[in-house]
Design a protein around this ligand. Structure first.
Ligand code: FAD
Length: 460
């Protein structure tokens, strides 16, 4: 059996920043990181647009898993705010959370991100314009690394950590058990069962590890709670339509309360001059987006999600199951993601290839033309249509017939794991950080939670 001071499960931003900070604070610690996916340079999605056009549902998704986690090929937008991206501040306090997010930014800058731009909503007139149109612009600073620089930053951090930390790639941890002096994690090595022991164990398994996390909580008697899922579409339109917002703020998080149902709809993950991409969560294909920092890789379109939050009350508990069922419907009808022109949706007709070809907005993702009204519940679709018309007032052209809608975009939330102000479970020395805890939903919050726990462990 291998022996470590600290074992980290998952090499996404949470796990990486935890390892980074631990090693920096106490180089004598023996640290291991177990990761289901590959090393960064070996992470390749088989979709080549030629032989393989859509998701073939690999057992371990190269987009979601591996060094860098779900964030590796993301747009690399590090939002520094307590207004969205998670509720880490509820555990560690608002000031501490912001301080750690700024600290993470300094590490990213020191590893290749220094030349990228930091945007801010402070002092913008757009706030007033939004309010005048029943929209609310949320406060944030955002460092946009871009998919390309984000990758470089990860490469540099890995190069620094590799000689000091034991990384086990393509090695999913099967189980974690409490022992007299700490924990033992079980996994497979060359097809044989293997074990590693540790004094403290940090679980950082993100969204792709959500089912595993649920099982672990059941096995170890850790309380969990789940009642939220966000469902919607990804909107794609010519970049000029949104340029007043994106040139100044890059990412604007705008919320809207609908008149009909009084539901909250919000923009999410805005990608100026970016591309729309497939995402595979537990075998279900949904949609996402990203963009590059390098102008040579820019497209003529901007994309963002419009999401409606669904909170369920008793007796229903399986909010993610609800979201999955809706995404499955789109996969059933379209073989994956469905694409519809806004004008076709409003006229109650499906989009077909001819209408896509005639559209002035060229899609950046090859999705199946279809009818989103056969997939999304009426209430959610009504909310989205209402918000598109509201956005049209601050960014005229948003409600054009040729605006493209891709569905389904689902933001699954991991169930919230019962953790205290140290992000520690009821079991001493067992910490749960990042998106796997249900507390964070973003790169900056997940990374900050990793630094926080590393400092707690190092001060013991
Ligand atoms: C396409 C895309 C774009 C995004 N863009 C942004 C963005 O611009 N800004 C932003 O703030 N957020 C963005 N996000 C969300 C962001 O990536 C996540 O919030 C963040 O990665 C969470 O970090 P994490 O470390 O908690 O989890 P993850 O990044 O999900 O990492 C968890 C890791 O744990 C591994 N794992 C799971 N189970 C096990 C196991 N049993 N044993 C070993 N390893 C395991 C997984 O393989 C994975 O690599 C995006 C997400 C996607 C998918």
């Amino acid at each position: 059996m291998k022996n470590y001071d600290v074992v980290i499960v998952g090499a996404g931003p949470g796990g990486i920043f935890c390892a980074y900070e631990l090693e920096k604070l106490d180089p004598s610690l023996k640290i291991a990181v177990f990761e289901s996916g590959n090393r960064l340079e070996k992470r390749h999605c088989p979709i080549d647009g030629d032989k393989i056009k859509s998701c073939i549902k690999c057992p371990v998704c190269a987009i979601m898993s591996g060094f860098g986690g779900a964030g590796a090929f993301s747009d690399g937008k590090y939002n520094i705010t307590n207004d969205f991206g998670g509720t880490l501040y509820e555990h560690i306090g608002k000031e501490k959370a912001l301080e750690l997010m700024h600290y993470v930014d300094t590490i990213n800058c020191a590893h290749g991100g220094a030349e990228t731009k930091m945007y801010s909503t402070a002092g913008t007139d757009l706030k007033k314009v939004c309010l005048q149109n029943k929209l609310k612009l949320l406060d944030a600073q955002v460092r946009h690394l871009g998919t390309d620089v984000n990758y470089t930053v990860l490469e540099n951090i890995f190069a620094e950590l590799e000689p000091k930390v034991d990384f086990f790639f393509r090695t999913p941890v099967e189980s974690v058990e409490k022992t007299e002096n700490g924990y033992v994690v079980r996994y497979q090595e060359s097809g044989q069962p293997a074990e590693a022991s540790c004094r403290e164990c940090v679980i950082s398994v993100g969204r792709s590890g959500s089912k595993w996390m649920e099982q672990l909580c059941r096995n170890m008697g850790i309380e969990t709670h789940s009642n939220r899922v966000d469902i919607g579409v990804r909107v794609e339109l010519p970049a000029v339509i949104f340029s007043a917002l994106t040139d100044e703020l890059y990412e604007s998080k705008i919320t809207y309360r609908t008149e009909v149902y009084e539901d909250n709809v919000r923009t999410f993950c805005m990608n100026p001059r970016g591309v729309v991409v497939n995402e595979n969560t537990n075998g279900i294909v949904t949609v996402n987006g990203h963009s590059y920092n390098d102008p040579a890789l820019h497209t003529e379109n901007t994309n963002f999600a419009l999401l409606v939050s669904k909170h369920f009350s008793e007796p229903f508990e399986d909010s993610n199951g609800y979201g999955e069922s809706i995404a499955r419907l789109s996969n059933m009808l379209g073989g994956g993601v469905i694409l519809q022109r806004f004008g076709d949706l409003i006229r109650g007709r499906r989009t077909n290839w001819k209408r896509v070809e005639e559209s002035t907005t060229r899609p950046t993702l090859q999705a199946t033309p279809g009818d989103l009204s056969l997939v999304l519940p009426k209430r959610i679709l009504d909310d989205i249509v209402e918000m598109i018309y509201a956005l049209d007032k601050i960014a005229p052209g948003t409600a054009n017939d040729d605006t493209l809608l891709y569905g389904v975009e689902v933001k699954f939330y991991n169930m919230e794991v019962a953790i205290d102000e140290n992000l520690e479970t009821a079991h001493k020395g067992l910490y749960v950080i990042g998106d796997g805890s249900g507390v964070t939903h973003s790169l900056s919050h997940a990374s900050a939670s990793g630094v926080y726990v590393a400092r707690k462990i190092a001060e013991v």
